[in-house]
Design a protein around this ligand. Structure first.
Ligand SMILES: [Cu+2]
Length: 494
């Protein structure tokens, strides 16, 4: 089956609803409805009752032939779609998304950013045994918080194939007003062009050097491990771009997800400034910027009032000299060239210190501090947390109910987007009220402090969201109380 991104290119919820079997709550955020927040407004009680009627969104992980501009590649996707199907739910509701594994190897689905019940986390060796080829796993979980999330395989390098998709949790009391919303999934692509991700990992493991031409001052040095041949927005290439269509003057919410394995993107929308409203799903005090840098695993939501015309959406692959490209059609006009230069990239760039959490989202003061050193071994291809690899993982021990400050001290020569499962943390910024996030970029020679409230017992992965660093050892755990007896190391090649 050949899949293009066409089904997605409408981008609007109403268009997607034709194809998607989202686990949505009737009457609250129905996929076929207009996306105005007012239309979705409902009481929490009603949303909860409605959630009980959600129907399952079956995810079939399977080999797929995908058309990417001039390339036709064999890869793995969910349901033959790239990205996988939109899963939409209402906060407080339940997502039912059974996985059917039609791949030739075991797999899991991780629900990135969701404060989820531990056994549904899709963490092989920690929350479940990976589902074997031909097997099935019935994912069903409550989604406590509204926001922009995504799901992806958490086995080996599978997420650097096409095994990812968006997960949007609507707020039954959405405070923002907008007319239309779009989901924007960024990815770096190599599968079927440079080889498989497993082959690329083997090459990286055989080398002790990094590609010094992939550099970014904003990321403090070498920006990634691989120069990808393609960068995608919703599966579209610059030559076959995804297109987001709406009427001029409409207020649009964009939900941007970086699902890439190894690429930070510098994002801008031609002709517009963006008012950022959410970071990693959580609301922040709105801040208007021209551009933002988004690491792997991060999400930003922003609002714009659409101007009249056809506008380029550009996501520069940071330090890699290439871009992802899409179109926003709001009115008439000809499409801009794919190499158009955007003034926005010279304008105001979002920084973490610009992000302020809502008062309701503040965590208690931490009671103690734990230091986690991010390191690189002399081999140059092993990445560590407190000098330990995933095969013998560093365990960050917490007790239920406490809040701890975790100091991420990057002594390695590369930046790392550190991601914690099962929790959101609060990034410590001077003056307090830093954003709630689940993924935070830590630059070389930088110390980032995050506060974690231990409210969700389990053994949780804590790892770099550069997939290649994760597979080269950069994975520890956050666990409650004494370590369980049967915790097993499960990943990495060491
Ligand atoms: Cu890393």
């Amino acid at each position: 089956m050949v899949v293009t991104h066409t089904w997605w290119s409408g981008g609007q919820i109403s268009r997607r609803g034709l194809l998607v079997t989202g686990a949505f709550a009737a009457g609250a955020g129905l996929l076929g409805e207009p996306a105005s927040a007012a239309a979705r407004a409902t009481t929490p009680a009603r949303a909860l009752a409605a959630a009980g009627r959600s129907r399952p969104a079956v995810l079939r992980a399977r080999p797929t032939t995908v058309s990417l501009g001039e390339h036709t590649v064999s890869t793995w996707t969910y349901n033959g779609l790239l990205p996988g199907p939109m899963i939409s739910a209402t906060a407080g509701g339940v997502v039912r998304a059974p996985l059917v594994n039609e791949l030739p190897e075991a797999t899991t689905v991780h629900w990135h950013g969701i404060q989820i019940a531990h056994r549904m986390d899709g963490a092989p060796g920690y929350s479940q045994t990976a589902t074997p080829s031909g097997g099935r796993f019935d994912y069903a979980f409550r989604v406590p918080d509204p926001g922009t999330y995504f799901y992806h395989s958490h086995v080996g390098t599978q997420a650097d194939r096409g095994l990812y998709g968006p997960l949007v949790v609507h707020d039954p009391r959405e405070p923002l007003s907008y007319d239309v919303e779009f989901t924007v999934v960024l990815d770096d692509w190599l599968d079927g062009i440079l080889g498989t991700p497993d082959e690329v990992l083997r090459e990286l493991n055989a080398s002790t050097e990094h590609d010094d031409t992939l550099r970014s001052p904003a990321l403090g040095g070498v920006t990634g491990e691989v120069r990808h041949p393609l960068y995608l927005i919703n599966g579209g290439t610059p030559e076959t771009p995804a297109t987001f269509t709406a009427r001029p003057g409409r207020r649009a919410r964009f939900r941007v997800i970086n699902a890439a394995a190894d690429t930070a993107f510098r994002f801008a929308l031609g002709g517009h400034r963006m008012t950022v409203t959410h970071a990693d799903g959580f609301a922040v005090e709105p801040v208007t910027v021209d551009t933002f840098l988004i690491g792997m695993g991060e999400r930003y939501d922003f609002l714009v009032r659409l101007e009249d015309g056809v506008f380029p959406m550009v996501a520069l692959a940071e330090g890699k000299g290439a871009r992802a490209f899409a179109l926003v059609r709001a009115g008439r006009g000809t499409a801009p060239r794919t190499d158009v230069q955007l003034a926005q990239f010279n304008g105001k760039a979002l920084a973490y210190r610009d992000l302020r959490a809502r008062r309701d989202d503040l965590l208690p003061r931490p009671e103690r501090t734990i230091l986690v050193e991010l390191g690189m071994r002399a081999s140059g291809n092993e990445w560590t947390l407190n000098n330990r690899l995933a095969s013998d993982p560093y365990r960050l021990r917490v007790d239920r109910g406490e809040t701890v400050r975790v100091v991420l001290d990057n002594r390695s020569p590369m930046w790392h987007p550190m991601h914690l499962h099962g929790h959101t943390f609060q990034v410590h910024v001077p003056g307090g009220r830093g954003p709630r996030k689940d993924t935070v970029n830590v630059l070389p020679r930088e110390r980032v402090e995050i506060d974690v409230q231990a409210v969700n017992p389990g053994e949780w992965m804590f790892h770099c969201h550069n997939l290649y660093h994760q597979e080269q050892g950069m994975m520890g755990t956050l666990g409650y109380g004494r370590p369980p007896r049967h915790t097993q190391a499960h990943t990495g090649h060491h």
